[in-house]
Design a protein around this ligand. Structure first.
Ligand SMILES: Cc1ncc(C[n+]2csc(CCOP(=O)(O)OP(=O)(O)O)c2C)c(N)n1
Ligand SMILES: [Mg+2]
Length: 545
C-alpha cells in the first residue's frame, strides 16, 4: 500500500466477494482479470470462484488485451462478460474495447477498482477521475463503495449493471440526448416542410412488413449474428431473390448468394435494383453505401435493435420481419449469370495477392470452426471470394471497424466457442495487438490459427484517394507505414508455431493441416499492384451485361 493511502478498507474483502458472487448469480460465466493492488479483493474472490468452477477466470497483464479478450468472449458466448482492472491508467486501456462493444451491441461489465472518492484530486498515488472515463462509450455508470457493508445493496447494483449490459430491460438501453442549437435570427415566416418518416418497429410486439411485389428486389446482409444471417438467407431463398452477403454476415452461402455483388452494383443489372431488404450492419464498400442512398431504390430495414442502420436515410420501413412474395426467377438467374461471367474474366488475372489468400482461407475453414476477419483489406478481399457451401461461423469487429484488439477478440471467440478458430488479418492490424501474442502459461488455451497478409503496410490506403499519384511523396510515410517487422520471428519468440508462405500452393498446404494450439501463417505479399488491381476489377464489373 502506498504511504498516501488513507482509506479504511475493512469492508473491501466483503465488497470484492459480493461483486463476484453477484456476477455468478447473474449468470456471468467468464471474467477477465488484469491484476493490481487496488483490485486485490476481487482477484482473490475470482481465483476462488474459478477454483470452485463457479466462473472461468482469464488473467491478462495488459488491460487493453484483457478487454478485447472479454469482447471476444462475450461475442462468442452471447453472454455478458466482465473485465476487472485496478485503479489509475489501467482503466483507460478498456476504452477501445468499450467503444467497439457499444457500437456493436456487445454486453460487457467493465469493473474498475478505485480509491475512495475523497482522495481524488489530492495527488495520492493512482488517483484519477475514473467515473466518466468511458465517456459516451459506456451506457451507464453504477457506483459502489466499501464505506457501507450493505451486501444487498451491492448485489442489487451488480444486478442492475448486468441487466443494462445484457439489454434485457429494453432492446438497446442507454441515455438518449437531443441537443438543438438555435442561431439568430430566431423568428421568421414558417416554411412548409414535407417529411416522410419510416414505419418503425415499436417497443413491444413484432412488426412485420409485407412486400406485395418482389420484382427487382435483393437481400443485403452486413455484419450480422448467425441467427440474423440465417434469417436473411432463408428469406432470399424462399422468395428466390439475389442475396448480397458480407463475409461476417453469416449468410454468405447457399444457392442465391452472389459472390461479387459489390463489383456488379454499377453494371447493367445493378442499376435495375429497385428494392433492398437490408439486414445487419453493412460497412465494407462505397458501392453498397451508394446503393442504399439511391433515390430509385426502396430500402426496408430488418432489425432487432432500436438503433437500426440506415446508411442512406432512405428506409421506408424498419421492422422485425419481412414477408416477400415469390421473386422473378429470371432476375435471380441474371445475377447468377453475371457473377459467373465476372468470375471467368477474373480467373485470367489471378496472381499471388490478397484475394488469393482470402479465397484460400474461406475455402479452408468449415462447419464446427470459427473464422474471424480483421478490418482493412482482408475482409474486403473475402467479400469477393467464391461462396462457401460449408461455411464456418464468422466474426469481425465491424461496430467501428477498428484495427485494434483484433487478435485478442479472436482469441476470446476461440476461448468461448472451444472450436478451432482462424483469424485472417493484415500485418499492421496484427502489430496493433502484439500484446495478444503473449500466451499466458497458467491460463486456458485455445486452438487458433492466425493468417497474416504481410504486405508490410496498409494496403487499403492505396485503393483510396490518398493512393493517387499526386500523394506519392507522402504516401509511404503517413499512410503505407511499413514497419519492416519479421512477424514469424516475433511469433516464434513468443511460443507460436510460425510458417512463412510465398505462394498459393504453399498456403493451401499450410491451411490444410488441422488447427492445433497457437499457430501463425505469414503470407508474404507486395502492396505495389493494389490500386491498379482494384481499378481493373471495378471496370470489369461495370462492363458485365
Ligand atoms: C484503431 C484504428 N486505428 C487506425 C485505423 C485506420 N486504419 C484502417 S486500415 C489501416 C491499415 C491496416 O493495415 P493492415 O492491417 O496491414 O491491412 P491492409 O490494409 O494492408 O490489408 C489503418 C491504420 C483503424 N481502422 N483503427
Ligand atoms: Mg498490410
Amino acid at each position: 500500500m502506498a504511504p498516501d493511502d488513507k482509506d479504511d478498507a475493512v469492508n473491501s474483502p466483503l465488497l470484492g466477494a459480493t461483486i463476484v458472487s453477484a456476477l455468478v448469480a447473474c449468470g456471468v460465466a467468464d471474467v477477465v482479470l488484469a491484476p493490481g493492488s487496488r483490485n486485490a479483493s476481487l482477484a482473490l474472490a475470482l481465483h476462488e470462484a474459478d477454483a470452485d468452477a463457479r466462473i472461468r477466470l482469464h488473467v491478462r497483464i495488459d488491460e487493453r488485451v484483457a478487454s478485447f479478450t472479454a469482447l471476444g468472449l462475450a461475442k462468442g458466448s452471447d453472454r455478458v462478460v466482465a473485465v476487472v482492472t485496478t485503479s489509475g491508467s489501467a482503466v483507460g486501456n478498456l476504452v477501445p474495447a468499450a467503444q467497439e462493444a457499444k457500437a456493436a451491441g456487445v454486453g460487457l461489465l467493465l469493473i474498475s477498482a478505485d480509491r475512495p472518492a475523497e482522495m481524488i484530486g489530492t495527488g495520492a498515488n493512482q488517483t484519477g477521475e475514473q467515473v466518466g472515463a468511458f465517456g459516451p462509450a459506456a451506457l451507464a455508470t453504477v457506483r459502489m463503495s466499501s464505506l457501507t457493508d450493505d451486501v444487498t445493496l451491492w448485489a442489487a447494483a451488480v444486478q442492475r449493471a448486468h441487466a443494462m449490459a445484457s439489454g434485457r430491460r429494453s432492446r438497446r438501453p442507454g441515455p438518449v440526448h437531443i441537443n438543438a442549437e438555435f442561431s439568430a435570427p430566431l423568428i421568421g415566416p414558417v416554411p412548409d416542410v414535407d417529411v416522410t418518416l419510416p414505419e418503425v418497429n415499436g417497443s413491444d410486439g413484432v412488426t412485420v412488413h409485407e412486400v406485395t411485389d418482389a420484382a427487382r428486389t435483393v437481400v443485403l446482409v452486413g455484419d450480422a449474428s448467425r441467427t440474423m444471417g440465417l434469417e436473411a438467407r432463408a428469406l432470399a431463398e424462399l422468395a428466390g431473390v439475389p442475396l448480397f452477403a458480407e463475409p461476417s454476415s453469416n449468410a454468405r452461402t447457399g444457392t442465391n448468394a452472389i459472390a461479387q455483388y459489390r463489383l456488379l452494383l454499377d453494371s447493367a443489372v445493378g442499376t435495375e435494383i429497385r428494392r433492398v431488404v437490408c439486414f445487419g450492419h453493412p460497412t465494407l464498400s462505397r458501392p453498397v453505401t451508394a446503393l442504399l442512398s439511391r433515390r430509385d431504390v426502396e430500402v426496408v430495414v430488418v432489425t432487432d435493435r432500436a438503433d437500426w442502420n440506415d446508411l442512406g436515410s432512405r428506409a421506408v420501413a424498419v421492422v422485425d420481419r419481412v414477408l416477400l412474395p415469390d421473386g422473378d426467377p429470371e432476375w435471380l438467374e441474371r445475377w447468377l449469370a453475371a457473377d459467373r461471367k465476372l468470375a471467368e474474366e477474373r480467373s485470367g488475372l489471378a496472381g499471388w495477392d490478397g484475394h488469393v489468400v482470402a479465397e484460400a482461407v474461406v475455402a479452408a475453414v468449415g462447419p464446427g470452426e470459427q473464422l474471424f476477419f480483421g478490418s482493412s483489406q482482408s475482409i474486403r478481399d473475402a467479400d469477393l471470394a467464391p461462396i462457401s457451401h460449408a461455411p464456418a461461423r464468422v466474426w469481425a469487429n465491424r461496430g467501428l471497424s477498428g484495427i485494434d484488439g483484433t487478435l485478442s477478440s479472436a482469441i476470446g471467440v476461440a476461448l468461448a466457442c472451444g472450436e478451432p478458430t482462424t483469424l485472417l488479418l493484415g500485418d499492421l492490424t496484427l502489430q496493433h495487438d502484439m500484446g495478444a501474442l503473449v500466451a499466458p502459461p497458467l491460463e486456458p488455451g485455445c486452438d487458433v490459427r492466425v493468417v497474416v497478409v504481410h504486405d508490410d503496410g496498409g494496403a487499403i490506403f492505396s485503393t483510396l484517394e490518398q493512393g493517387a499519384p499526386a500523394h506519392e511523396q507522402a504516401f509511404e510515410r503517413v499512410f503505407g507505414t511499413p514497419q519492416g517487422v519479421d512477424l514469424a520471428a516475433v511469433a516464434t519468440a513468443l511460443g507460436w508455431r510460425a510458417t512463412t508462405v510465398t505462394g498459393e500452393a504453399e498456403l493451401r498446404t499450410a491451411l490444410f493441416a488441422p488447427v492445433r494450439g497457437r499457430e501463425m501463417v505469414v503470407a508474404m505479399l507486395g502492396r505495389g499492384d493494389r490500386r491498379n488491381t482494384e481499378a481493373l476489377l471495378k471496370k470489369l464489373g461495370q462492363r458485365i451485361n
